[in-house]
Design a protein around this ligand. Structure first.
Ligand code: 5CA
Ligand code: ZN
Length: 424
């Protein structure tokens, strides 16, 4: 699938600081593993189901992983970033049916919108942007492997012989979310699982191939015509591009269970490896008035509407940086207004710093790198830059260099662009 044009990333002097991120599975902040046989750092981020995009919750999640990408790049690593699009799934069909449109057209138009929004927000595109429909053969192959090792089974059902993965196939099942059985049961039922489907070995077994039903799209497979289950789609797309083990699996906290637990479990059962991702990274939920922004509730603020209304995408980024990425947090007009005021102050300071030599800004760059390397501490970054801007506009930063070459204004502008995706 075509992605979107990449923003130019200015080069920054000095060296980056190794990135530490919180890992949900181990409940600890630790360094991202960067020493892989491929020489690259593999990052897989769960993409959109293409309807009602791109709301501020989506934007927050993809901007967060864009910071991860920028940090790793600043550290000199080649990042192999992969993202999927769930362009075949029930919620998409339901929305298309509700609105009387073809689900393929709905998907295509929403993917276009998402691309334009990501470009506006200066999000670096994934190296591989992959739709579920493009990878049916990969899912068929993975389901076949799961069946071959006894980790998946076909239901004995004359009507709909769906294929399920046996969740007891891997010993480590449950390590990613660390939830107890009751919480798993509750979230599984809430988030697309079907614990009561007759014929399953265990209520928690997840669908990996859904047999054809009237009115649903279907593709041929050795286990009959049908379509992929959700979790196995991400297992296949990720591991076929990044290998059975890779550095980071990311998404919103609503994917901690069941989606990421099962994506990992299917991949690990098929490949016989102990752990799919070294880090499982989850962003907090963006809400409106304390309620999670979600397509099912319809309480959405769209990036495209804000941009159309004349709001600078750089201010949207700064608004999202106000609180830590792992915190559930509210979006509001007040957040946007504060961000626009901050952007104006930063721009004024960058102008004022055009008369100062670059070394006046060098300590700030080092501090911002360190704050981002510490589990993407954006609230601290905003504070650091605010303080520096105040000193510049207040005239209290003395020049100590020879004044030749790059100015402090140039350096701060390049830093905001390269590390934060914010154009001053
Ligand atoms: N296609 C699947 C992932 S394979 C999916 O969850 N699609 S989605 O369109 O529902 O969400 C896309 C991404 O945005 C996911 O990572 C999800 O966790 C994240 N997301 C959804 N709502 C919010 C929200 N309110 N705040 C933050 N992130 C959100
Ligand atoms: Zn996914």
């Amino acid at each position: 699938m075509r992605s979107w044009p990449s923003p130019e990333i200015p080069a920054l002097p000095g060296s980056g600081v190794p990135l530490n991120l919180y890992d949900t599975a181990d409940d600890v902040v630790r360094p991202v593993a960067t020493d892989w046989p491929s020489g690259e750092v593999g990052v897989y981020v769960c993409g959109i189901t293409p309807y009602d995009s791109t709301h501020l919750g989506h934007a927050a999640t993809y901007v967060t992983f864009d910071l991860v990408n920028r940090q790793l790049t600043d550290n000199g690593h080649a990042v192999h970033y992969v993202q999927n699009i769930t362009d075949v799934d029930d919620p998409l069909f339901e929305r298309a049916e509700r609105d009387g449109v073809d689900w393929r057209e709905l998907g295509a138009s929403q993917i276009d919108l998402f691309r334009a929004d990501m470009e506006a927000l200066s999000v670096i595109p994934p190296r591989e942007y992959v739709g579920a429909m493009e990878t049916i053969d990969e899912v068929v192959d993975l389901v076949g492997r799961l069946m071959a090792v006894g980790a998946a089974y076909r239901l004995d059902d004359d009507g709909y012989p769906d294929v399920y993965a046996d969740y007891t196939a891997t010993e480590q099942f449950g390590y990613e979310s660390r939830y107890d059985a009751a919480t798993m049961a509750e979230l599984f039922a809430e988030r697309g699982g079907d614990p009561d489907r007759p014929g399953k070995r265990h209520p928690l077994d997840a669908l990996v191939w859904r047999a054809h039903r009237d009115g649903e799209p279907a593709w041929d497979s050795p286990f009959g015509p049908g379509r992929p289950g959700w979790h196995v789609e991400c297992s296949a797309i990720a591991t076929n591009r990044l290998g059975a083990s890779f550095a980071v699996q990311g998404g919103g906290s609503d994917l901690r269970f069941p989606h990421h637990e099962f994506s990992a479990a299917h991949a690990e059962a098929a490949h016989g490896c102990a752990r799919m991702a070294d880090h499982y990274v989850h962003t907090g939920m963006i809400g409106l008035g304390g309620v999670k922004m979600s397509k099912s509730l319809g309480n959405l603020v769209f990036v495209s509407k804000l941009v159309e209304a004349g709001h600078d995408p750089a201010a949207i980024r700064l608004g999202l940086y106000e609180n830590h990425y792992r915190a559930d947090r509210d979006w509001s007009d007040a957040v946007l207004t504060r961000a626009e005021e901050r952007l104006a102050r930063w721009r004024a300071a960058a102008q004022a710093a055009a008369d100062l030599p670059a070394d006046v800004a060098a300590p700030l760059v080092a501090e911002v790198r360190a704050a981002l390397a510490d589990d993407l501490d954006t609230p601290r970054v905003l504070q650091l830059v605010d303080d520096w801007c105040e000193q510049v506009t207040g005239g209290s930063l003395a020049a100590s260099g020879d004044g030749a070459g790059q100015t402090a204004g140039d350096l701060v502008t390049a830093m905001a662009d390269a590390l934060l995706g914010v154009r001053l």
